[in-house]
Design a binder for this molecule. Structure first.
Ligand code: UD1
Length: 378
């Protein structure tokens, strides 16, 4: 069985790593790894491959940055040629980024079965590009691997056939469980006893300069009492410059802006943080697993389980609420949580099991694929 995986952006890599590994243990499985090149900086991509122990991609589509339409259409055009040439039996896509939906569309049109890892998550906010990517990918996938029960409920409500759904747990937590011991070895020696860790990159937070400035005001205010550490995503870096926000050791000694952090170093920082402020999806999950309080600067989340039973609090677009919640956590009144079911480090094994069993029973027989679009079969 030839399985082709597609990754493209930073949050895909830690999800694909355990699935590649689990499938490598299976007999008669051949794997191909395609990187779309959506993320291309060393800090955003290569260092993750190194730290996660992933094989180098067999193919890099090198699409780079662009508008959503440019990025998505370039992936579609370049990935189609790869699928036609390599004739995979199954294509596995991850998460909710542009690379995910673009490659799923290619497969749906070529009648090649698609498995979506991290299916069913919904923020119910269609202004988020990721929500569009999730909805479309799930509608055209043949195997849908969900991390939590709410994913199954969402998909059933959208009319996805129950036999396509598999509640397997959270693959991102597989990687966390495997690598946490190594991450802890990388804790900086001079790490403060207490600190606030910040990550922000969503357009809703960083593209609105007035709002971005008010977020920085509160980070500066808090940093007078507790150090604030902020690894900055390239998108955010650009917006900070556009907003004319100037930070230096002299004017804001407590607020440290650093380059995007590799996986192990970031995991180490999360595990010891007093509180994490974020708009990332994955970090809401990782903090819930680690039992670290998380304040999510968004109006909604596609990961409601991190709020209902985890350590996550949605603070919305409300500076006063952010300040109140932050002060409460720093005063020792943090929300406590539990780890959701099946977030146990074995989700990828379950995925490999389902894929192995489904081999003969894909809704689309692989041999029907490719030939139907006029591509000569071997
Ligand atoms: C993408 C995903 C988002 C995910 C995030 C994690 C979509 C729609 N969004 O958003 O779901 O949470 O990745 O990082 O797919 N850039 C660089 N170097 C890089 C990559 C990007 O400088 O290696 C710059 C680009 O030039 C661009 C900006 O960062 O200006 C945004 O990159 P892009 O991949 O388009 O979207 P993200 O905001 O990273």
């Amino acid at each position: 069985m030839h399985i082709l995986h597609v990754v493209g952006a930073r949050p895909n890599f830690m999800k694909a790593a355990p699935v590649l590994q689990a499938l490598a243990q299976r007999e008669r499985v051949r794997q191909t790894l395609v990187h779309t090149g959506q993320h291309y900086d060393f800090n955003m991509s290569d260092v993750f491959f190194q730290q996660l122990g992933m094989p180098a991609p067999d193919i890099n589509l090198e699409v780079g940055s662009g508008s959503h339409a440019e990025q998505t259409s370039l992936i579609i055009a370049r990935f189609e040629a790869i699928v036609v040439e390599r004739k995979p039996d199954l294509v596995v896509v991850y998460g909710d980024v542009n690379s995910t939906v673009a490659s799923a569309i290619v497969c749906a049109k070529l009648l090649v079965p698609v498995a979506h890892v991290e299916a069913g998550l919904r923020s119910f906010d269609r202004t988020m590009p990721e929500e569009i990517n999730r909805l479309l990918t799930d509608q055209i996938s043949d195997l849908l691997f969900t991390p939590s029960e709410d994913g199954n409920r969402n998909l059933l409500r959208e009319g996805v056939a129950a036999e396509k759904l598999h509640l397997v747990g959270n693959v991102m937590i597989d990687t966390l469980v495997r690598l946490l011991p190594y991450a802890l070895e990388r804790l900086p020696k001079d790490i403060p006893e207490r600190y606030v860790l910040v990550t922000l990159h969503r357009p809703s937070n960083v593209d609105d300069i007035g709002w971005l400035k008010s977020l920085f005001d509160i980070f500066l205010e808090i940093s007078r009492d507790v150090p604030v550490l902020f690894p900055v995503h390239p998108r955010t870096k650009g917006r900070i410059a556009d907003a004319g926000i100037e930070l230096s050791n002299r004017t804001s000694p407590g607020l440290k802006i650093i380059e995007p952090t590799p996986y192990l170093e970031f995991l180490a920082l999360q595990s010891r943080a007093t509180v994490v402020i974020t708009d990332s999806g994955g970090i809401q999950e990782e903090t819930t697993f680690l039992g670290v309080p998380c304040l999510t600067v968004r109006e909604n989340t596609e990961r409601p389980i991190t709020v209902s039973i985890g350590t996550n609090t949605l603070v919305g677009r409300d500076i006063a609420r952010l300040r109140t919640e932050l002060k409460a956590v720093l005063a020792g009144k943090a929300k406590r949580g539990t780890v959701p079911p099946l977030w146990d480090g074995r989700a990828a094994e379950r995925i490999a099991q389902v894929i192995a069993q489904s081999q003969s029973g894909f809704p689309i027989a692989p041999e029907r694929g490719l030939t139907t679009v006029g591509v000569p079969s071997e």
